[in-house]
Design a protein around this ligand. Structure first.
Ligand code: 5GP
Ligand code: MN
Length: 336
């Protein structure tokens, strides 16, 4: 951690970034790190590549986040003038969306704090802990090791808890390591109300989102029983029929796993920003390796039970690829 301390000692302007289509862990770690750095006396700003879901507005300081794709010139200046750049919750430059090129061109040293496997080498300091549940947990552990956690505020604790909670589906997966509950205990002792946070993040949505969920499950879910898999698709035309926003389809991919015997769920949706792009989300139970399937078929990667990627194709072509992938992996992992 000496390297990180040295970098911080010699930096004044710090820019924090996270991955495109930010989730609870991305926003949680971004805001927790923003509050930490200010506490350490830095001039810190936090940037998201694109918009994030409304329910994440509950994350303290999320109102200060600067959205890159709608504030391009401001963000370009901030990154160009940064003394130090933090890369939170992503392990590959390409995952920073609208920020990728700017970060690549910046001469400022970079610090990665992340929990994805196999980090790309573009940062001077890499704190990569794939065995941990979330980037928020990595950040909390780091703060415990450095002693920064001693002064952790309730707001920071809320940010960190939200990231840990969302990346584990409210502690229902990737959360059997006993140490994660030591971290939770720590945050509870900082005064967080975990029940209120659960309610605000998981049990709050718009009418449009609820109706879209119903539609996708009733009309658009194909269950491939012989492959123990389910496939859901969503086109932009359908998306526009419901009053929903970026991020409102978050978590939907998990739902088919509730069906007995289903251990793989694949969700294909047309990208609302890039024409001709299909975003792919996959979730699995047990030993089924979503990340391998995402690497082989969807130009992506991720974790064993949660991965993603994208295809440049029509929806029909993407469905063909997905069916092929599902059949191949169903055979490969038949008895696992
Ligand atoms: P989601 O399905 O929630 O979009 O993504 C789940 C996980 O898959 C993410 O946490 C990330 O690890 C991984 N992932 C999603 N999209 C991509 C992608 O395009 N490339 C890579 N390498 N990983 C991705
Ligand atoms: Mn994460």
């Amino acid at each position: 951690m000496q390297d990180l301390r040295q970098l911080l000692d010699t930096s004044r302007k710090v820019v924090l970034t996270c991955h495109v289509n930010p989730d609870g862990d991305a926003i949680g770690s971004l805001c927790a790190a923003l509050l930490l750095l200010r506490r350490l006396g830095k001039e810190a700003v936090a940037i998201v590549p694109n918009a994030f879901p409304d329910n994440l507005r509950r994350v303290p300081s999320s109102g200060e986040l600067i959205v890159a794709n709608t504030n391009r010139s401001k963000v370009t200046t901030l990154i160009a003038e940064a003394d130090l750049i933090f890369c939170l919750d992503y392990n590959a430059l390409g995952r920073a969306g609208a920020l990728s090129e700017m970060i690549k061109e910046s001469k400022a040293p970079k610090v990665m704090i992340d929990h994805h496997l196999l980090p790309e080498q573009f940062c001077q300091v890499v704190v990569s802990r794939p065995e941990l549940s979330s980037t928020c947990e990595v950040l909390l552990r780091l703060e415990m090791e450095t002693g920064w956690a001693e002064q952790l505020t309730r707001e920071e604790a809320e940010c960190l808890y939200i990231g840990m909670m969302t990346d584990t589906g409210a502690f229902t997966y990737a959360s059997s390591r006993p140490e994660i509950y030591e971290s939770v205990l720590w945050l509870l002792r900082r005064g967080i109300d975990k029940d209120e946070l659960y309610q605000a993040i998981f049990q709050t949505c718009t009418e449009g989102k609820l109706r879209l969920t119903g539609y996708l499950l009733y009309v658009k879910m194909e269950v491939m029983k012989d492959c123990s898999a389910a496939l859901i698709t969503l086109t932009n035309e359908e998306y526009r029929r419901f009053s929903v926003k970026n991020g409102d389809t978050e978590g939907l991919v998990n739902l088919p796993l509730q069906i007995g015997g289903i251990r793989l769920s694949v969700f294909l949706r047309q990208d609302t920003e890039v024409w001709g792009k299909i975003r792919v989300s996959t979730r699995s139970l047990g030993d089924f390796p979503c990340n391998k399937m995402a690497e082989e078929f969807f130009n992506g990667g991720g974790h064993k039970n949660a991965a993603g990627g994208s295809l440049m194709s029509s929806m029909d072509e993407a469905v063909e690829v997905a069916r092929l992938a599902i059949r191949k992996y169903a055979t490969l992992y038949k008895d696992k």
